[in-house]
Design a protein around this ligand. Sequence first.
Ligand code: COA
Length: 715
Amino acid sequence: MLEKMNGHAAVAGTVTFDVLGPVGMICIDNPPVNAIGHSVRQGLMDAIARAEQNPGVKVLLIISSGEMFSAGADITEFNGLQREPSFQRVESEIESSRYPVVAAIHGLAVGGGLELALACHYRVAHRNAKLGMPEITLGIVPGAGGTQRLPRLIGTRAALDMILSGAPISGVDAKTKGLVDEVAEGDLRDAALSFCKRLLDEKLGPRPTCNRTVDTLDETTIAAARASHARALKGRTTQDLVIEAIKASRLPFSQGIAIEAALAQKSLASRESLALRHVFFAERESGKLPGASSAVVKPVQPPAIRRVAVVGAGTMGSGIALAFADAGLEVLVNDNDPSALNRSRESVQSAYASSVKRGRITQSVADERIHRIKSNPALADVADADLVIEAVFEDIELKKDVLSKLDYLVPPHRLIATNTSTLSVTELARATAHPERVLGLHFFVPAQASKLLEIVRCDHTSPESLSTAFRVAKLLKKIAVVAHDGFGFIGNRMMLDGYWREAEQLLLEGATPAQVDTALENFGFAMGPQRVSDLGGNDVGTKARIQLFQRESRPDPYFVIADRLTEMGRLGQKTGRGFYRYESGSREAVPDPEVNSLIEKLAAERGIKRREIGDQEIVERCVLSLINVGAMVLEEGVAARAADVDVVWTSGYGFPRHLGGPMFYADTLGLPNVLHRIRHYHRTLGHYWRPAALIERLAAGGSSFEQWDKTSASQ
Ligand code: COA
């Protein structure tokens, strides 16, 4: 083992330098993710300078403390000018070092983290490390040499694929691709120090990546890469800049890197990147309460939730059980109907069998997870659980009854959550003696796979209960957004009163389902509203609206088409008929003249005159109504931040992420323009287009939703 000669020295608050015999060990220590911000860049420069002054140092090792090598450049610095030393300068200093420089990679090395490692002469990675270039998910071209050095190491085709996918590869795969030189099986530091020793023994010197040659990127490869990432990159433009940058890697390095820098700057200034960065930070912020310190609402210790009870073994209850079992928790599924428990067991087994078949997990992992889920008809057994989730039928009296029994059985400091999408959580909580420990956890279907979790709070919900709910979301790796109790919470309220209602209205006025769906899919939605309705089941929507109407009703016309389809048994894909027709075994939505006739009849009954409607009007009306109801949700306090609304819609309802969510998109349109068009539709279409007071106020004051969030946060 190499001996430690000098003492430990912190060269910046975030970088330390140690001399271990001939090894100068530079350690990045910038929690939580070792982002490479100004202080790390300066620290690296200082450490290299110190190594230069030490005649004993013959090799440099860059390693990190904490859970990962580095999550990349500090994204919070992207909005301003980068302070010197620039990332490129630090890398050039490393690459031109007269000693060999080795990167030791554990956890994640992504974005700038990987770029830093690429600028080193050698790389040792732990077998479980993950190496990737996720910049494209933020609408950015890697700007610290990634598009120039990665092709030099693994070839242009593999580099293009890695950068366009944004997905990381393992340490083992990285070795196969030629991205790393050695894979560490055990302790990374020991392996890296041994690697350094070997370099010295074998007299292997610096090996600058920039001096390597690179193959040419041909048009066939580009076309194939575009095609294979087309779905994920629909409507986006960063890939064009990435391709241009990788093409430039065939030029001398100094020219290529200059082209990359210009393209990276261009991408940073794009709307697409601003929107994607907005969503990135909004998703992290939504897991915290406005004004609350993150220590209060984000777990610093591993959560003390190990055993969860789910009451109600229907589709939702079973999906929730799967979600917790996937996260490694013990789950007890309770239902007083033994046949429901049997069906739940079968659905759990078939879900895992399908995951194994698709190669997502191995059979032994599936067996382990199945083993974690127990079922039991005795309600009293849930008393031992750290968390209880009620997921019985959407029936207020049934839910109240179950909750009051749970309240009696479960110790008062434990959280009881109700999984409802339609009922008043306030009213349900009032059925218990401890309403402060009751809140809503609105899971989306399928509960085990959907990203979003709406946490529904009431006036009496305690901060501890909210904190636990955030912890639950973190455990499940879901994106949490807090909604105040109200009709449809955040997402469904905006969908029903805004977006979907307008889509139905357009059908009554003359558009076809295919026209509406295609226009909105071309705008960027993952799937148009009628196709979604057919997928989820028109009956599901009808039932939900019946429940919601017990809270507040809505005047006709309100989903008259979908409800009539339900009455006719046209429930969607599951019955082969819905807004569209589906051939047996096919998911292809085929337009159905019968539906057009039905829509014409419903329109005539309401005296609605039908006409040709253009795609632009379809998109404008659906999106503006979404924005308008979103603003109402904010002014009513159902959502606390416009950014939360954006998170709900980008993570749960298929709004295009690269447009930043409805409220961010409204800001980019300009609120005076938004208001002008909403007023136009208010005049032409009637009262339900009443402009939200918040939009009127913000537009009059020259403000924006972003500004509104900032002002609210500072109050
Ligand atoms: N720069 C600055 N801050 C970053 C960051 C970066 N590159 N990556 C993460 N953070 C911050 C987050 O904003 C969060 O801050 P907060 O606690 O104030 O909310 C904190 O680090 C923890 O991140 P979080 O995402 O909550 O933790 P996680 O364990 O769930 O995920 C990562 C960790 C690294 C997977 C995830 O943060 C990520 O994907 N980061 C971006 C990586 C990237 O795209 N890098 C390319 C930029 S060059």
